[in-house]
Design a protein around this ligand. Sequence first.
Ligand SMILES: Nc1nc2c(ncn2[C@@H]2O[C@H](COP(=O)(O)O[C@H]3[C@@H](O)[C@H](n4cnc5c(=O)[nH]c(N)nc54)O[C@@H]3COP(=O)(O)O)[C@@H](O)[C@H]2O)c(=O)[nH]1
Length: 528
Amino acid sequence: MQFPSLEPLGRSQRIMLTMLPGLALFMLGGLLMLYQFYSGIQHMLEGQHAFKLKKIEQILEQAQKTGEAMLQQPSLDCHAIYPEIRRQVTTQPYVRSMRLIDHEGRVYCDSVIGWHAPAYSQEYPREERLKLWRGNRLSPWHPLLMLWLEAKRGDVNGIQVVVDSDYLKDRLAHLEQNTWFYLHVGDRWLDEDGGMSSPPDRPYWQQRSLHSAHYPLAIVMDYSMPNLLLERLGQEPDQLILLLLFSATFSWGFHRLLLRSGAPSRELQRAVRQQEFIPYLQPLVDSHQLQWCGVEVLMRWQHPVDGMVLPDLFIPFAESTGHIVAMTRSLMQQTAAQLGTLSLPAGFQISINVSAAYVADGSLPADCAAFLAAFPPDSIRLTLELTERELIATGPQTDALLGQLHDLGVRIAIDDFGTGHSSLSYLQKMDVDELKIDRSFVAGIGSDSLSADILDSILQLAAKLGLTVVAEGVEFVQQEDYLRQHGAHLLQGYRYARPMPIGEFILRPEWHNRSSEPRTRARAEVHP
Ligand SMILES: Nc1nc2c(ncn2[C@@H]2O[C@H](COP(=O)(O)O[C@H]3[C@@H](O)[C@H](n4cnc5c(=O)[nH]c(N)nc54)O[C@@H]3COP(=O)(O)O)[C@@H](O)[C@H]2O)c(=O)[nH]1
């Protein structure tokens, strides 16, 4: 799969773009998670709803059976039946009281006060099979549920069976917040705290009624799904955290994939535009004073994903595709902008690696002129190091170019001298100013006699031709001593410093304190 190029986009736009899939994943996952929670909550609520209705129906069935048993007694004369009514009321769990009603609507036998009951027939629900009452005369604020059972016999009209609301509210009670259950009978509602209202005092959110198939009642569920979802999220945050982590990882992976997916060529172009190729400086040390007298500019790629990338990994590709020209130009511009503001020591050398493609490009003299213009006139020695990685075409054109460069005051060095096939031919055909001895010869000092012989030959040749010699890869004092004794002019290597960012270089005291003593042995010891 080919991903779109990120080239035309800025950094923040790229980040935004690569965050989108993660965001989409998070939203999709979030929706799925919410749906899962939603279904779970719905299922749980429906179960509870049905369960509560069943439990309240069971209470009423029990009350009904008790009342029907009374009505089936052979005599419903109060004197005869009163002991049985008392017994039933005290032994049946949910039945609080019972009253027998005659055909005139009078209570003629009451489980609480017997046959002396006054005719408070207004409490007799003539038409209603079920009625919720706020209370009766004995306990006015204690709601009751009255079940009316009609007698199918001539001596009595029917019986009222009274159920205590304590049992009902217990059945309505539940643990979840944001949900309320009510027993709804006629125009009255009993809540799980035992309060009665018509309709309920609480704000209506979403309401569902479940009607009983056996009694004229419904269980009403009042709930807030958004609040229940939030509550569930709070109870189970791990799923959300996992989703967040997963989406972030996905975004990051996508970001990396997009950055890598562009063709390498386009990736280099993008990196040039973003100024990701930055200069590192490694000091050049004057072999007499052992003081910092210049720098070699070395390219580093500050990659947004892979971090700092060393040049060996991208320079050969950049050279083969020609991108090295734009990359080196960018490096020169950044170096000039940052070093041009400093007061550098007189004759400070700035060496820059230049590939064959740049030599052939024709824009090199103009770019060098622009570089030099960033410094006070004649204040620095700009040196271009020509490498042998790619063959530099020799001939009139190159001669003319080198002539132009010399006219500008730019010096030419042959890098890694002695390692390629054409070092001597370059020396013969091109007007060069400096030889840079490859570090493989320096490494052989003291251990490899052949390397030492080649090194000596290069040093003698350079001396004869009047060329400056820079020895790179100096790591040990023995190498330093040898090179100083044998005429190398400039030394470069980890012995002095590794390549470093310009910001770090500026802070180093070595290039400020040029008159201070060298950090190694005194010169007199080396050159007696
Ligand atoms: N065309 C361009 N080529 C460039 C540019 N920047 C670097 N390069 C070439 O990449 C090669 C690797 O360079 P780098 O990793 O920066 O290594 C340089 C030094 O760090 C290393 N060095 C210096 N001192 C020592 C030492 O004491 N020991 C040791 N093991 N290594 C040391 O040598 C490299 C400097 O090489 P050179 O340029 O030949 O002086 C390398 O070939 C670079 O040329 C660029 O901008 N353009």
